[in-house]
Design a protein around this ligand. Structure first.
Ligand code: C5P
Length: 217
């Protein structure tokens, strides 16, 4: 039996982008390396949690002691999250594509020679975080992320309320956060805002894991 502040707790983490197929060779995606989510999964496991990491397509090794489930699309991710329940904590770090192509073509879409580009009807993807907030098996602590380029805290406060998460970790991505190794975050809770200085993603992960463990102390 593992020791640690989160021993006996099941924590669900989503990370990476989702890929929404257009045809067999093309997709829609958000920009996400998966680094921050993977670091969080690793830090939670280091505190003794049983960690299920539902991951979109990334090129990162699976962190030690973490159970990883690979998915491609937002709908696949939503299904994998539901299957992984119940969980004490969910940390939704994935950069889920808001839209998918309404239909995915069975064969590669060809240029028709007319110069007119194809029209690509979109459909909205399920919001996995908001869905988990309404789920009868809602985790005791539900944490979302928000990547923002301006009015970071205000947007995060609104997002927390709209999605009914317990916390929103607001990420200031106006600098070189995407794919980089440092991050600047604010934690918006039901009662206030905690702002942290800029630090390496690994340290954000460790301190966030400790902050989560404090909720269960
Ligand atoms: O609305 P926005 O995409 O900025 O919200 C970000 C938060 O919501 C993140 O925690 C992200 O993982 C989650 N999310 C989700 N499903 C979506 C869109 C976002 O779980 N379809």
């Amino acid at each position: 039996i593992k020791g640690g502040a989160l021993a006996g707790r099941h924590v669900l983490v989503t990370a990476g982008p989702t890929h929404e197929p257009i045809d067999p060779v093309r997709y829609i995606a958000n920009r996400s390396s998966g680094k921050q989510g993977y670091a969080i999964a690793e830090a939670l496991a280091a505190l003794g949690a049983r960690v299920t990491l539902v991951s979109g397509p990334v090129s990162l090794p699976t962190p030690a002691g973490v159970h990883r489930i690979d998915v491609e699309s937002a709908r696949d991710m939503a299904a994998a999250v539901e299957t992984a329940l119940p969980a004490d904590v969910a940390v939704m770090v994935a950069a889920v594509a808001d839209w998918r192509a309404e239909t995915s073509a069975g064969q590669k879409i060809k240029k028709d020679g007319s110069g007119a580009p194809p029209v690509l009807p979109l459909a909205e993807n399920p919001d996995i975080l908001a869905g988990l907030a309404r789920n009868p098996r809602r985790p005791r602590l539900l944490v979302g992320f928000a990547a923002e380029t301006e009015n970071v805290v205000d947007h995060a406060i609104a997002k927390r309320a709209r999605k009914d998460a317990d916390w929103i970790v607001a990420n200031d991505v106006s600098g070189d956060v995407m794919g980089g190794d440092s991050n600047s975050i604010h934690i918006v809770t039901r009662t206030g805002v905690e702002s942290w200085e800029t630090m390496p993603k690994a340290e954000v992960a460790q301190r966030l894991a400790t902050r989560i463990a404090d909720e269960f102390a």
